[in-house]
Design a protein around this ligand. Sequence first.
Ligand code: NAD
Length: 485
Amino acid sequence: MTTTTATAPTYGTELRLLIGGESITADQRKTIPVHDPASGAEIGRLPVATDEDLANALASAQRGFARWRKTSAYDRGVVLRKAAQLIRERAEPIARTLTLEQGKPLAEARLEIFATADIIEWCGEEGRRTYGRVVPSRSETVRQTVLREPVGPVAAFTPWNFPAITPGRKLAGALGAGCSIIIKPSEETPGTALMLVDALRDAGLPEDVVNVVFGDPPHISETLIASPIIRKISFTGSTAVGKHLARLAANGLKRATLELGGHAPVIVSEKADLDKAVKMSVSSKFRNAGQVCVSPSRFIVHESIEKRFTEAFAAKASTLRVGHGLEETTQMGSLANERRHSAIRDLVEDARQRGGKVHTGGDSIDSPGYFFSPTVFSDVPGDARVLTEEPFGPIAVISQYRELSEAIAMANALPYGLAAYAFTQDLAESIALSNGIESGMIGINHFGIAFAEIPFGGVKDSGYGSEGGTEGFEGYLVTKSVTMA
Ligand code: NAD
């Protein structure tokens, strides 16, 4: 593994709050440090919002909404499309910032930036198609129409695992629909989100339409959600925090879109293309060191091919080059923070103690950063923590099934229902799997489930509401029926 970087890392932006068009920098407030998780080095100081800052952000969002809702959908689209273009032009410095503060390989960070530009562009386009309806009336002299209007100022909270895509989805959905937004990106990965917002402002987004705050997450969410100015919340993160925010939103009858945890099953049938299933599964499993809400994490493999699948999977996983994300040769970077590192160590220890067999990995990598080796387990009992809690790390657990109905029951056994995958070349099996699995998203014979044009979201404890697709706008729009006589 490599721990040094070929080029001296530089942070791509000044860390700041953005409130009412004003930047508030680190020298003006108390600060918290931001670290490179792959080296442990401090890379920046982030200013913390005061209560007065939050009150100013709310007042700004109110002004911003009054202005942006009256901006035509066509003109909003022009700004979003221009921002997408600027993000593509700035992809390299944004990607380097993302990798430096989050740890994923640069190649993955670049893909994330282009996917974010794609989402912003798509929402800019699709915002022009939030059509209403004309409903036939009971009288010749009455015209009945149904209008779709932006819900109001939004409060959004995003995590550290996708520092561009998660803020990008919330910004794009809110702005495309005509809402203003106060966003609190993760304090661990603040620079990437600021660079996206800079692109929106440089593209012509009026001040007040987007405000960016950082600080103590529970205090900020409680303050913003309690304000009558905020009409909708959107959160990506753990199920526990999502349920807490849903309760806060319910107090004010505010809409919520919650994209929470998952523990995605992958059913590999004896009728699958085994080589393809192994190759795709390894690259999807260890993307972003497994810190992905839709990461495949429970491999449920037909008993007739389980041994071959496990051996091939472990052999391929053991060849992955782990290192600093800024090294071009790195295939898997560090974990994003100490919490994940110690959580993964505990899950692995628990699985080992319960008799799980390690085929590769299973240990931290001795270095200043939060590195853990790609790990493959089999023979783990169903009640082991790694099979019941979202692992959110570089661990694959492979189990066996005999009948397809048993595999579907295993897939559905957890409270989560975000993503699920299956590999089979049998049409009847594909239909049975897509009907039987309780999940917001299912990928059959590939892992490509997250694109701007299709809905992204879960069921059960994985949350509710969609981001992406035309469904993504639902959370940002209210319905008004108008009848005229
Ligand atoms: P967490 O839920 O505590 O934090 C996730 C994000 O939410 C962070 O950015 C955090 O700052 C923010 N947050 C936490 N409490 C908040 C509050 N009261 N109000 C507003 N924002 C708040 O999770 P974590 O410790 O960072 O990670 C733990 C687990 O969360 C992971 O193992 C994983 O299971 C899950 N997670 C899921 C996603 C996802 O994409 N769905 C992303 C990150 C973490």
